[in-house]
Ligand binder design. Structure first.
Ligand code: BTN
Length: 262
C-alpha cells in the first residue's frame, strides 16, 4: 500500500514551475520507488507532467536491475511523467534531456559542473553524483509514456563502504549544504526547456560526455570488452572501437573509464 503523500502541492515550487509542463508535484516522505509509483499512475491514465518526489525510497530502482541506494532526506529522488509521442528508436533523447537539465541545474544551484558518463550518469571525475532511470510504457510501436527517474546525492556525505570512492554529492563537491527544493525547481524548469528542443540537448550532452575519446571497459551480461569510445549513434548506442575497423554497438551496459586514449 502506498502511503498518502506528505504534501500534495508545494506552493513555492508551484510558483517556480507554473509556466512549465511540470505544474503538479506530489512530494512523499517515503515511497518504495518514485518510478514504480509513477508508472502505475501512468498506466492508470495520469496526465503528462506529473512529478513525484520522495524524501526516502525503500526499494529505489537503479539501471540494469540494481538497487538505488540513498539515505533519508539527503538525496533528490524524483520521477516525472512524459508522454513524448516519439518512436522507440528516439526515446533515449528523453533521458538525454533529463541528464543535461540536471547537470545544468547542479551548475546553477550547487556551483560546479558535472560531466556525463555514458549513458546518463552525472559524474565528477570518476565519482557518481546522479543516475537516471527511464521506464517506458509501449503500445503499437509507439512510446505511450516515459517515467524519467533521477536520483541525485545532494547532502549525502557518509557513503556505505560499497560506494566508498565511487560516489560523491553536491555538498561534498561544493562544500556547503544544497537545498533540494531549489535543485528540484531548477531541474524542472530546465527539463521543460530541454524537452522542447531535444536536438540542442543532444548537442549539449555530447559536450558534457566524458566517455567520448576515452579508453573504456564495458561490462555486459555476455562478458566484458575493452576499446576506445568513439561515438554515440542515432539510437543513443555507444560505439566502441575494439580493434582496427572493429566497432561494437553498445545498447546497454556498464562503462568504466580507463586511462585516456592517445
Ligand atoms: C542508475 O542506476 O544510475 C539510475 C538510478 C535512478 C534512481 C532514481 S531515484 C528516483 C527514481 N526512482 C527510482 O526507483 N529510481 C529512480
Amino acid at each position: 500500500m502506498t502511503e498518502a503523500p506528505a504534501t500534495w502541492s508545494v506552493p513555492d515550487l508551484g510558483e517556480r514551475v507554473a509556466d512549465t509542463r511540470f505544474g503538479h508535484i506530489r512530494w512523499f516522505s517515503t515511497l518504495d520507488s518514485t518510478n514504480r509509483y509513477l508508472l502505475e499512475e501512468a498506466r492508470g491514465g495520469a496526465d503528462a507532467g506529473l512529478v513525484v518526489v520522495a524524501d526516502h525510497q525503500e526499494a529505489g530502482r537503479g539501471r540494469l536491475g540494481r538497487v538505488w541506494q540513498s539515505t533519508p532526506d539527503a538525496s533528490l529522488l524524483v520521477s516525472v511523467l512524459v508522454r513524448p509521442l516519439t518512436t522507440v528508436a528516439r526515446v533515449h533523447l528523453v533521458t538525454v534531456a533529463a541528464a543535461v537539465a540536471m547537470a545544468e541545474a547542479v551548475g546553477r544551484v550547487a556551483g560546479f559542473e558535472p560531466s556525463i558518463k555514458w549513458p546518463n550518469d552525472l559524474v565528477v571525475g570518476d565519482r557518481k553524483l546522479a543516475g537516471v532511470l527511464a521506464e517506458a510504457e509501449l503500445g503499437g510501436g509507439e512510446v505511450r509514456a516515459v517515467v524519467v527517474g533521477i536520483g541525485v546525492n545532494v547532502n549525502w556525505e557518509q557513503f556505505p563502504s560499497e560506494l566508498g570512492g565511487l560516489a560523491t554529492s553536491c555538498s561534498l563537491e561544493s562544500g556547503r549544504v544544497v537545498d533540494r527544493r531549489e535543485l528540484l525547481a531548477e531541474y524542472l524548469v530546465r527539463f521543460d526547456a530541454t524537452l522542447d528542443d531535444v536536438d540542442a540537448a543532444a548537442t549539449s550532452y555530447r559536450r558534457r560526455l566524458a566517455t567520448l575519446g576515452r579508453r573504456v571497459r564495458v561490462e555486459l551480461p555476455s562478458g566484458t570488452l575493452e576499446g576506445v569510445a568513439v561515438d554515440v549513434d542515432y539510437f543513443g548506442q555507444l560505439l566502441v572501437e575494439t580493434g582496427p575497423g572493429c566497432i561494437e554497438e553498445i545498447a546497454a551496459g556498464d562503462v568504466v573509464h580507463l586511462r585516456t586514449a592517445h
